[in-house]
Design a protein around this ligand. Structure first.
Ligand SMILES: C[S@@+](CC[C@H](N)C(=O)[O-])C[C@H]1O[C@@H](n2cnc3c(N)ncnc32)[C@H](O)[C@@H]1O
Length: 264
C-alpha cells in the first residue's frame, strides 16, 4: 500500500527533478542571452583578459585615429589648408579605403599642397600600414581660380599656389605627377587612365562640372569622388544634383560640406 508519506516523497522528488530541469534551462537561457546579446560572457569568466583585449582593441583604433589627426596637424603647421580636421580626416580615410580599387588617384584643386600631402601619405599608408602605390595626378592653375561665373564669394585669381613649393613639399613621395594650368585642358596625359579616387576641391561650379564630366566615365566600380563645398555653394550643389539626377549613384552627404559618390 502506498502510504501518504511515500506519496509525498515521490511528488517532491518529481517536483525537484522538474525544478532542477527548469533551473538548468534558465541558466542556459541566461548565458545564451548574455553571450549573444551582450557578448560579455568572457567578461565574467576571464575578467582581466577581457579587459585587456577590449582596451587594446579600442586603443588600437583610437591610436590610428590619433596618428592620422597628428599627421593632419603637422601638415596644417607646414602649409595653409582649406579643410578643417573633419574634412581632412574624411579625405585621408577615403584615399586609404579605396586602395583595393583599380586605378589612379587624382586631385583638382591643389592650392598650397596641403590636401595633396594627405593624399600622398594616405596612398603610401605609412600610418595604416598597408602598401598602396597608386599613381597620383595633381591639377591646379597655381595662379588661382580661373574665370568665375558664380556670383558668390570667389573671384578670379583667388588662392594662388606655387607648383615649385608643392613639388618640394611632396618630394618624399613616389608616383606623384603635377600638372599646371586650367583643367581639363591639362588632362590630356591621363585621358586613357582609370581612377579609384578623385578629390574635386575647386570652389567654382564650372570646374566641378568639368571635373565630373572628365572623371565620372573613367572611375572604376567602387571608386570614389569626393566633392567639396556642396552645402556651402548653391551653384556647386545645382551642378552636382543635375549631373547625378539620371545616374544610379546616390549623392552621399557627409558631416562636413563634402559629398561622396561611389561609382556603381
Ligand atoms: C580651395 S583651393 C584648394 C584647396 C586645397 N585642396 C587644400 O585643401 O589645401 C581651390 C583650388 O582650385 C583651383 N582650381 C579651380 N578650378 C580649377 C581648374 N579648372 N583648373 C585648375 N585649377 C583649378 C584653384 O587654382 C585653387 O588653387
Amino acid at each position: 500500500m502506498l502510504s501518504f508519506g511515500m506519496l509525498k516523497r515521490v511528488c517532491l522528488s518529481q517536483l525537484s527533478a522538474h525544478q532542477g530541469y527548469i533551473v538548468k534551462q534558465m541558466k542556459k537561457i541566461k548565458w545564451f542571452i548574455i553571450d549573444r546579446c551582450f557578448g560579455i560572457r568572457n567578461a565574467f569568466e576571464y575578467p582581466f583578459l577581457y579587459l585587456k583585449l577590449s582596451i587594446t582593441r579600442s586603443m588600437n583604433h583610437s591610436y590610428k585615429k590619433l596618428k592620422i589627426i597628428n599627421f593632419i596637424k603637422r601638415v596644417k603647421n607646414k602649409v595653409p589648408m582649406m579643410m578643417d580636421y573633419k574634412g581632412a580626416y574624411q579625405l585621408f580615410v577615403l584615399v586609404h579605403n579605396t586602395d583595393k580599387i583599380q586605378g589612379d588617384v587624382a586631385e583638382v584643386g591643389v592650392y598650397k599642397g596641403g590636401s595633396a600631402n594627405l593624399i600622398c601619405e594616405a596612398n603610401e599608408n605609412r600610418i595604416l600600414e598597408s602598401k598602396s602605390y597608386r599613381e597620383i595626378h595633381l591639377f591646379d592653375t597655381f595662379s588661382g581660380l580661373p574665370e568665375v561665373q558664380d556670383k558668390e564669394i570667389f573671384y578670379k585669381g583667388q588662392y594662388i599656389g606655387n607648383s615649385i613649393k608643392v613639388r618640394k613639399l611632396l618630394a618624399e613621395y613616389i608616383n606623384v605627377n603635377i600638372y599646371e594650368g586650367v583643367f581639363p585642358e591639362t588632362a590630356e596625359p591621363i585621358k586613357n587612365r582609370v581612377f579609384s579616387f578623385v578629390n574635386l576641391d575647386v570652389d567654382i561650379s564650372q570646374s566641378v562640372k568639368d571635373g565630373l564630366e572628365f572623371f565620372y566615365p573613367r572611375m572604376s566600380r567602387g571608386g570614389a569622388i569626393l566633392i567639396h563645398d556642396y552645402s556651402t555653394s548653391q551653384e556647386i550643389k545645382d551642378v552636382v544634383d543635375g549631373f547625378f539626377k539620371e545616374k544610379p549613384e546616390p549623392i552621399i552627404e557627409t558631416f562636413v560640406d563634402q559629398v561622396i559618390i561611389v561609382k556603381n
